[in-house]
Write a protein that binds this ligand. Structure first.
Ligand SMILES: [Zn+2]
Length: 182
């Protein structure tokens, strides 16, 4: 029988034991904390994620649940250099090891290379996906190369008019000369 695993209430031990995989794609707006980081509310952006469970043996021979999580999202933010919009790609690719309680998790998370979390039968995978994406947000988002200040001449019908209003250089020169003579 194939078991159904629900990301909002994941049975971590069962998921790892089954070596199961789940994946999903949801709107960024359904991740409220992440959505709050956006330059402005957007309805079209998605978070894509995938998780795979795996059971490994620990040193003492007991079975330990592990979960591999990947998640990605593109979020528009403000470039801290040019203050224009910059699309920041958030990319998560991490392993998590699950232990039975908070005390062990806190003690082992310090030393372990992987993240150590507390296993439960109703683990909130969406919460973890959101936490991890939030942690990927750069402190100072910016373009790799900032765009030139926008020049809309090609599509701006007022451009020619604006150009026409520029003072004629010869007229300026004439004006200067006449000012000199005063
Ligand atoms: Zn920039």
């Amino acid at each position: 029988m194939t078991r159904e695993f629900v990301p909002g209430r994941l049975d971590v031990n069962g998921f790892a034991e089954a070596g199961a995989s789940i994946s999903g794609s949801e709107f960024v707006r359904s991740y409220r904390r992440l959505h709050a980081e956006l330059l402005e509310p957007r309805d079209d952006l998605a978070v894509q994620w995938a998780a795979t469970g795996e059971r490994r043996s620990s040193a003492d021979g007991s079975a330990v649940p592990w979960v591999h999580l990947t998640a990605r999202a593109l979020v528009p933010m403000v470039c801290q250099r040019c203050l224009a919009e910059v699309d920041v790609g958030l990319d998560v690719d991490r392993w998590f090891r699950f232990v039975s309680d908070e005390t062990i998790a806190a003690a082992e998370d310090e030393e372990a290379e992987e993240d150590v979390l507390v296993a439960s039968r109703d683990f909130d995978l969406h919460g973890l996906i959101e936490d991890e994406l939030l942690m990927e947000i750069p402190v100072t988002p910016r373009h790799e190369v900032c765009p030139e200040p926008a020049r809309l001449s090609a599509i701006d019908p007022d451009f020619d008019a604006a150009e026409g209003e520029k003072p004629n250089p010869f007229a300026v020169l004439k004006q200067l000369k006449s000012d000199e003579g005063k």
